[in-house]
Ligand binder design. Structure first.
Ligand code: B82
Length: 324
């Protein structure tokens, strides 16, 4: 039996910080409205960097921290819904510019669940025994896809990236997982759509911008996701309170605030940083993990048990229980 473990983590966000007050200068909104409904105070917004530029920072940082050569990396997965282009992928652009000459690379698209899906897949690649070392990144530059005239969505999102180095291990670190999807409810959270538009095709209705049925996705996050967490805990044979820290996708503080009661665990076990980043979709969980490692709240090799939960467009959602 082969195993995988995370051995390093890194995060990066563009240096430009845009506060709620800054947004109030360009659209009809205010700090009280945004922070009371979302918990967000500021977000990082890229000035001259694209998603691959953020990913390059993460790869370089992981290589520096681990002292591994670029040639020693077997694969790179980038989870993103704001790629530089559909082709080439953000992962291959990053791979080319960081000298990961022996790595295969591809993008994973599972919205705000992207990092959890990609980390799960990376673990399987290593557990197969075929690959020894990989990098999993969640990265977004949402600012380039937002409708800056739509105050209901433009205030919610931010840019940033986080990633982990995944390596072969001699003992089990990934204890349980449950990944889910429900395409029937997919229209509740949808971005710009693509449809045939050739001279030979019928005219399709399509949306040009992000659509979010807030109430419906909020109810989904509050009702369904804790059930997924409980099911994952049951698979691991672990009680909710035995988890040292929960690392939830940072969509909205009101969602996270409802979970401790549902799971009957202390609110302090839920790590939160959305105040400073907004919703960074696939990047939110690795940024959260990286900050927790940096602050000493978590450390690799400590034996602490964490539960990561992603949930978002698709709809997709899922949890991983990992022993650090
Ligand atoms: S909201 O609908 O406007 N609302 C909840 C009733 C405000 C209190 C809202 C806002 Br504002 C921001 C985010 C959400 C939300 O529910 N988001 C998500 C839910 C499930 C999956 C992903 C997300 C996400 O935003 O990434 C609701």
């Amino acid at each position: 039996m082969k195993f995988a473990k995370m051995t390093e983590v890194a995060h990066y966000a563009p240096s430009q910080v845009i506060t709620n007050d800054d947004l109030a200068e360009i659209m009809d909104t205010n700090d009280e409205w945004i922070s009371s409904r979302t918990g967000i105070k500021s977000r990082h917004i890229t000035y001259d960097e694209n998603t691959s530029d953020l990913c390059i920072k993460i790869v370089k940082s992981l290589l520096e921290k681990s002292n591994y050569s670029p040639e020693s990396i077997d694969f790179l997965i980038v989870a993103t819904i704001s790629p530089d282009s559909l082709m080439p992928t953000t992962a291959t652009i990053t791979q080319g510019k960081t000298g990961l000459v022996n790595a295969f690379a591809f993008d994973m698209q599972a919205a705000c669940s992207g990092f959890v899906y990609a980390l799960s897949l990376g673990e399987k690649l290593i557990a197969s025994g075929r690959y020894q070392r990989g990098i999993i990144i969640g990265a977004e530059t949402h600012s380039k896809t937002l409708d800056w005239n739509d105050r209901s969505t433009a205030v919610l999102f931010g840019d940033g990236a986080g990633g982990v180095l995944l390596e072969a291990a001699t003992s089990q670190h990934f204890l349980a997982e449950k990944l889910q999807a429900d395409g029937i409810k997919g229209t509740a959270l949808a971005s710009k759509s693509f449809y045939p538009k050739s001279p030979y095709s019928k005219k399709f209705e399509h949306n040009e911008k992000l659509l979010m049925d807030g109430r419906s996705v909020f109810d989904f996050a509050v009702r369904e996701v804790p059930q997924n967490i409980l099911a994952t805990l049951e698979l691991a044979g672990i009680e909710p309170n035995e988890i040292d820290y929960y690392l939830p996708h940072q969509a909205n503080i009101r969602i996270i605030d409802k979970w401790p009661k549902k799971l009957k665990v202390d609110r302090d076990k839920f790590l939160v940083n959305l105040e400073h980043y907004g919703n960074t979709s696939a990047a939110s969980i690795p940024i959260l993990l990286s900050e927790a490692i940096e602050s000493g709240t978590l450390s690799f090799g400590s034996g602490q048990t964490v539960l990561m939960t992603g949930f978002g467009g698709g709809l997709t959602w899922g949890s991983l229980i990992i022993k650090l």
